[in-house]
Design a protein. Structure first.
Length: 151
């Protein structure tokens, strides 16, 4: 049977005390993490989630999108599809009825937000999007706006 070396016992004990010292020190320091998902932190206003459509100031029933197609044509990733709309009674401009964003290919470059002539696009603060397929990353931003309006 091998004899335990007293030097290695002392070294082990010193290492244990140093390790415990680090743990005890950290125990009394301010908490820098949060208990997600029970707890969430405030998102920075500069955070870039997926793009969202912004409501019209004069008529919150519609978005500011006039279906010009500039964003769809400018997107370097081809992430914007089916930007469609209709001309409604009493409206001077088209109203968007469909706007598909494929977030799985979006690089969040912001070109669509910059080129929009009516400031109809902004970055959302959604950071916890999950899904099982690419399909789960395709959003109809018009439907999403309708949902946001009612909640
Ligand atoms: S942020 Fe960039 S990549 Fe994403 S949809 Fe807009 S233009 Fe396309
Ligand atoms: S550029 Fe703006 S107004 Fe034009 S289709 Fe895109 S979101 Fe709508």
């Amino acid at each position: 049977m091998a004899m335990t070396n007293p030097v290695s016992i002392i070294k082990g004990a010193i290492s244990l005390i140093i390790g415990l010292g680090v743990t005890i020190k950290a125990f009394f320091q301010p908490v820098v993490t949060c208990q997600y998902p029970r707890e969430v932190i405030a998102i920075s206003p500069r955070f870039r989630g997926h793009t969202k459509l912004v409501g019209d100031d004069e008529n919150p029933d519609r978005t500011r999108c006039i279906v010009c197609g500039m964003c769809e044509r400018s997107c370097p990733s081809g992430a914007i599809h089916k930007v469609e709309g209709e001309k409604r009674e009493g409206e001077k401009k088209k109203v968007a009825t469909s706007y598909i964003l494929d977030f799985s290919t979006c690089s969040q470059c912001g070109i669509c937000v910059e080129v929009c002539p009516t400031d109809a696009l902004a970055f959302s603060a959604d950071y916890n999007i999950v899904g099982y397929s690419r399909e789960d990353c395709r959003f109809d931003l018009v439907k999403e706006y309708e949902k946001r309006k009612t909640t």
